[in-house]
Design a protein around this ligand. Structure first.
Ligand code: FAD
Length: 802
């Protein structure tokens, strides 16, 4: 062991060894891994070793696909056998909704380029897996690249391949302390102190403690998990092939062959957390006592699905722990204010995802950004609120129990809620508000006047469709009031504020008293934000964006700070309402001191409304005459009452974000995580029209110019009119031209004013012209669609500017 390395990876499980391998392979040779015990000594040694490409989250599915492809490569590079059995895999559907979901998931996988899947009948499933009972099975999906590996062999293969690339592995050496220094980190270990520019927390079951060593409270917890390995099953002895890795979603189990028996793993309904503050330091190769009573229901379903289990005994029980984040996805990446500290934790399925995690993190550390859009596993998708133990307990428990339970797109899950509420929450609830959650905050979805209204979970248009239609109509014809506490607000001040904003945003800065849409780019020219900048005219600016990106954006701002500038996240202190619709000005005129009528489109300023000192911006995501009114949180309740009273005679009605999503789709306004992500460039999304090319410099300028002067992006964002019937596109559906996949949907929904099923999609640039006839799969059914001109509602934007 040396006293200095460029990077120290803490933890020798599958994730740490993968990070080490990728760092060394991509060129960092002065790297080491420090392991408390021996390699595999955390969760990794007792994993079931199952590998499957499929995941409900397309970004995670891509990560898994990369990992699976990598396995044979590390085996070859290291010379270490990983016991790869590529048996293929089946995912079973046992209810009509699940079968529909699986058919639509199949199309999603096609969208992201996972082409080695096909839908199969129960009979085919039976032929592929003869030990399975297909009772209650309606269909399944087959995937070629599924199977299982030897877990210990795989960890050693990553480590062996890393060594061949020049990395070092140091076992029996616990990291005791981490101290931040001017140039990185002092890593105090049992065998001495190491100085490193970078440290990686890949401590698995101990990630919580290794986070705390640096003052970071990670939202992660271990939970217990059972699998059993059966005695020999005679039917398997007679087969000349191995049965496939099989996931029975309705049965809460996964199964793979293990020699001539099977391994049956269970996602436990009655879940059990284990050492929420992290595993004990002296935890060895022990397991927890099995608890078949707690998992009786799932076991019964498993024994019915694989009846041979009723005839043979259980050879081995495994009840071990592994880690979860609140949404079940990994926690990867840098942490604001802790330069050189990197997370690679909460990797729930390390053998499926570890390769992708290692690759993305190594790219991030070496190049400053990962190649793919990894927001879904970025540690900055959570804020401080997520460090709360009760929140972690509820959300990780919910994820675990629901791991194989179908979540409908319109379903609101209860864990960790309600946590944050805007002050008028109770009044809005009394008015029928149905709530969703964004980054811990309750946000209004729609207002149901019907007492005890309950939205039925659905893959198609739900029973809230007509309620949302009425809200849209009221916005378009009268005026709607929307609680916009769920937007982020950053205040930028200081003598250097303007210069800093000018550097970080690709657009021009707004003049005093004006607001402006501002794309923010990475140095590679990819999107980092679809923000709005307000110039209040008094030397302060606001940046507004998506609420759930607060920590993610703040990390970016922090990383790019310089000069005399202060950026404050004021999103909890400032809340507000948006008024949208032809009568919105009439409402404000009754209340406002000052000439609100003189405020131009995209103008902004301070006003008094009744007793309230507010800031108003004249803009509208709904595409109507509209105003966004911002007030300190303590004014929220009274301001709402005042606006509702003033609007009573001009038809004011409250609406929610479901209606806003429909209204903005009719305007072809993109939103983050759908039309805009860090995988896309400004030109691809049309955001390049806001770029100020004549600015001397801004982050991403060179890359944006290169794109502008080159051949242009391969795909472009378009608006589609879909011939849908009872369901609309939601995202990631494949778009076809004459049987060839030419793009995918970024988001979709119903346009209630235009009476059209609409979608936005990325399609091959040569086809991205108005009038092109295409088709798209909606909930598994192919529908015709046509590229239409952007903004099917009010294409010239007269309503907004009126
Ligand atoms: C019963 C069961 C079945 C599973 N089945 C599957 C499956 O089929 N497929 C799949 O992909 N995944 C499966 N998993 C999950 C899988 O085991 C984990 O995702 C994976 O092991 C996580 O790896 P890791 O490297 O993040 O953590 P770990 O394996 O926990 O490794 C962390 C390492 O860090 C070391 N460490 C911690 N603190 C320090 C310190 N201070 N100093 C030095 N070293 C330290 C530990 O000793 C340990 O070796 C299963 C898990 C369980 C429990």
């Amino acid at each position: 062991m040396k006293s200095h390395y460029q990077a120290v990876v803490i933890g020798g499980g599958v994730v740490g060894t993968s990070v080490l391998y990728h760092l060394a392979k991509f060129g960092w040779k002065d790297v080491c891994l420090v392991e408390r015990s021996v390699l595999t000594a955390g969760s990794s040694w007792h994993a079931a070793g199952g590998i499957h490409a499929l995941n409900a989250d397309p970004n995670i599915a891509s990560l898994q696909a990369y990992t699976i492809d990598l396995l044979s490569e590390i085996e070859r590079e290291s010379g270490q056998n990983i016991g790869l059995h590529m048996t293929g895999g089946i995912t079973l559907a046992g209810t009509p909704d699940r079968w529909e979901w699986l058919q639509s998931a199949y199309r999603t996988f096609q969208s992201i380029g996972i082409d080695d899947c096909r839908l199969i009948t129960p009979q085919e499933a039976k032929e592929l897996c003869p030990i399975m009972s297909t009772d209650g099975i309606l269909g399944g999906m087959w995937a070629d690249r599924e199977g299982y590996i030897d877990t210990t062999g795989t960890v050693h293969a990553y480590a062996g391949a890393a060594r061949k690339h020049g990395a070092e592995v140091i076992e029996h050496n616990r990291v005791l302390e981490l101290n931040q220094t001017a140039s990185g980190w002092e890593v105090v270990t049992e065998k001495g102190t190491i100085h490193a520019e970078h440290v990686v927390n890949a401590a698995g079951l101990w990630a919580k403690q290794v986070g705390r060593m640096a003052g970071i409270e990670l939202p992660v917890s271990p939970l217990n998990h059972h699998y059993l390995i059966s005695d020999t099953i005679p039917e398997l002895e007679d087969l000349d092939f191995e049965v496939p890795m099989t996931v029975d979603l309705e049965g809460f189990t996964y199964m793979r062959q293990d020699q001539k028996g099977i391994l049956l793993g269970i996602y436990e309904i009655d879940h059990q957390h284990w050492n929420m503050d992290g595993a004990p330091w002296d935890y060895g190769f022990e397991l927890q006592q099995e608890d078949p009573d707690r998992i009786e229901k799932e076991l019964t379903l498993g024994f019915e699905r694989y009846p041979a289990l009723q005839e043979v005994g259980v050879k081995t029980w495994v009840n071990g722990a592994f880690t979860f984040s609140p949404d079940g996805n990994p926690l990867v990446g840098p942490v604001r204010g802790k330069p050189g500290y990197w997370c690679a934790c909460a990797v729930m399925a390390g053998f499926l995802q570890g390769g992708g995690v290692g690759k993305s993190l190594a790219e991030w550390m070496i190049h400053g950004e990962p190649e793919a859009d990894v927001f879904g596993m970025d540690v900055a998708r959570y804020g401080d609120f997520a460090g709360n133990k009760q929140f972690i307990k509820e959300t990780t428990g919910q994820f675990y129990t629901r791991r194989f339970v179908m979540t409908y797109p319109n379903e609101q899950l209860p864990a960790g809620r309600p946590m944050k509420m805007a002050p008028a929450y109770a009044d809005m609830t009394a008015a029928g508000c149905q709530w969703g959650a964004s980054w811990g905050l309750e946000v209004p979805l729609y207002f149901a006047a019907i007492p005890d209204f309950a939205e039925k979970p659905s893959l198609k248009r739900s029973n809230a469709h007509d309620i949302v239609a009425a809200e849209c109509k009221n916005v378009r014809e009268n005026v709607g009031l929307l609680d916009i506490s769920g937007f982020s607000r950053f205040e930028v001040s200081g003598a250097g504020a303007a210069a800093w904003l000018d550097h970080i945003m690709a657009s021009k800065l707004p003049a005093p008293g004006r607001a402006r849409l501002a794309p923010m780019l990475s140095p590679e020219g990819r999107m980092k934000g679809d923000l709005t900048v307000f110039n209040w005219g008094d030397g302060t600016y606001w940046i507004m964006g998506s609420y759930y990106l607060r920590a993610w954006h703040m990390r970016w701002f922090h990383d790019h700070l310089g000069g005399d500038v202060d950026v404050k996240d004021i999103s909890d202190a400032m809340v507000g309402f948006s008024l949208a619709g032809p009568n919105s000005r009439k409402v404000l005129e009754k209340l406002t001191e000052g000439d609100i009528g003189a405020l131009p489109f995209m103008g902004c300023g301070g006003f008094d409304i009744g007793l309230h000192r507010v800031r108003i911006g004249r803009l509208s995501v709904a595409g109507e005459l509209g105003y966004e009114i911002h007030c300190p949180a303590v004014h929220h309740i009274a301001l709402r009452k005042l606006l509702l009273a003033a609007g009573a005679d001009v038809g004011i009605g409250e609406y929610g974000f479901n209606a806003l999503l429909s209204l903005r789709l009719e305007k072809s306004f993109g939103i983050w995580s759908a039309e805009f992500t860090q995988a896309y460039t400004a030109a691809q999304t049309g955001m390049d029209r806001w770029i100020a090319w004549d600015k001397p410099a801004f982050v991403g300028k060179e890359a944006a110019i290169q794109e502008r002067d080159g051949n242009g992006p391969a795909q472009r964002l378009v608006t589609l009119h879909v011939q849908a019937q009872d369901a609309d596109a939601s995202g990631y559906e494949p778009v076809w031209k004459d049987g060839k996949r030419v793009g995918f949907v970024t988001s979709g929904g119903y346009g209630h004013t235009t009476d059209m099923s609409l979608a936005m999609a990325m399609v091959d640039s040569d086809l991205a012209t108005e009038g092109t006839e295409l088709s798209v799969h909606i909930v598994g059914v192919e529908r015709k669609c046509t590229i239409i001109a952007p903004s099917p509602y009010d294409p010239r934007g007269q309503a907004m500017r009126g």
